[in-house]
Design a binder for this molecule. Structure first.
Ligand code: 5GP
Ligand code: MN
Length: 335
């Protein structure tokens, strides 16, 4: 993988560009994709954002979201875009297996592939150019840095700024995680200087659910959460019946994993949701418990040191048992 700076001289030569991100894109994935899209279209490029799957409705406010293609629903259109693409951007993921059914298609493309990502263990050989930096708070922060380094800072308009800010807010837990550097605060100051209105972005991300979702959260905290004080660990296991009963849609479970973190002494939170095709795990930790290694070792996953995800093909009771065994094996690290 060659340094990303090498593409800067080509930025003003109009090209067909596809931007892709990970499955079930969150605010950083969608924010970085649309932030970059809104930047690149100003050069006259043909730019299309393709998501491997559907996404949460609370990112639909982002400028350009209505034009994003869902690979599962709009495969023909997306394939036509990929056929013509000269550049493929890969944002907020670093391995094609994070793009579900889109993965084999992306891997087989012959165009120039460019990675911008902040997760552990990038598959560098799959990309021609790129930047992978696990110290960055978010892929949106990296898009901001990319734009600054390219020399086209003047192209950070309101659309670009809103998308970037949304991803930074989401991936930093509203500026609280250790990944928040002075660079992040300078970025926010700069976006504010450019006229960014931050309150509507927070409201669009966090005050934008239906009543059923809040009642679902109440049910989960009351009935589906177990605390293991001897391991400083909380576990939430959500059966499919709860998702059906409360009419839960993509994105409604975002943030649930953070609630048990507010309990004194908790070091690790694990959340598992019984989805149709798999059991999807989320892990969050405080301090020196390594969620990335834990997810890789036990649940075919990965991510960051303090936030990761994984999956299992086992039924819910079996994968929960596996987690409890893993928790016990990691007793020393959880003290
Ligand atoms: P979340 O729990 O919010 O879904 O994900 C937390 C972090 O782990 C995110 O940065 C996400 O991209 C990453 N992540 C989630 N699931 C997986 C997975 O199955 N594999 C890998 N490698 N990373 C994941
Ligand atoms: Mn991210």
């Amino acid at each position: 993988m060659r340094p990303i700076q090498e593409i800067f001289p080509l930025l003003d030569k109009p090209t067909n560009i596809a931007i892709t991100t990970h499955q079930k894109p969150d605010a950083d994935a969608m924010g970085s994709s649309l932030g970059l899209c809104n930047f690149l279209i100003q050069f006259g490029h043909q730019v299309t954002v393709i998501s491997p799957t559907n996404w949460a409705s609370w990112v639909n406010w982002m400028p350009g979201a209505k034009k994003v293609l869902d690979y599962e629903l709009q495969r023909q259109k997306a394939d036509a875009v990929l056929d013509k693409a000269e550049w493929l951007f890969c944002l907020d993921y670093n391995h094609f297996d994070r793009t579900k059914g889109l993965g084999p298609r992306l891997a087989s493309l012959n165009c120039v592939k460019i990675l911008i990502d902040h997760h552990e263990a990038p598959d560098e050989k799959s990309f021609d150019y790129g930047i992978s930096d696990i110290t960055r708070s978010s892929t949106c922060e990296m898009i901001y840095d990319f734009i600054l380094a390219s020399g086209y800072k003047d192209k950070i308009n309101t659309e670009v700024a809103e998308c970037i800010y949304a991803g930074v807010v989401a991936d930093t837990g509203s500026f609280r995680f250790p990944s928040v550097s002075a660079n992040v605060h300078r970025l926010v100051a700069d976006l504010k200087d450019k006229g960014l209105l931050h309150t509507p972005v927070h409201e669009a991300l966090y005050d934008n659910f239906l009543e059923n979702r809040l009642r679902f959260v109440g049910n989960v905290l009351l009935n589906r959460m177990e605390i293991f004080y001897e391991y400083n660990t909380a576990l939430i296991a959500i059966p499919k019946s709860d998702l059906l009963k409360y009419n839960i849609k993509t994105g409604d479970t975002e943030g649930l994993v953070n609630y048990p973190m507010s309990i004194q002494g908790i070091k690790l939170v694990a959340l598992v949701i019984d989805r149709d095709e798999e059991r999807k795990w989320s892990f969050r930790s405080k301090g020196d418990f390594d969620c990335n290694t834990f997810a890789r070792k036990y649940f075919e996953g990965g991510g960051h040191f303090n936030a990761s995800g994984g999956r299992s093909s086992d039924p819910l009771p079996e994968t929960v048992k596996k987690f409890k065994r893993a928790m016990k094996e990691n007793e020393a690290q959880l003290q």
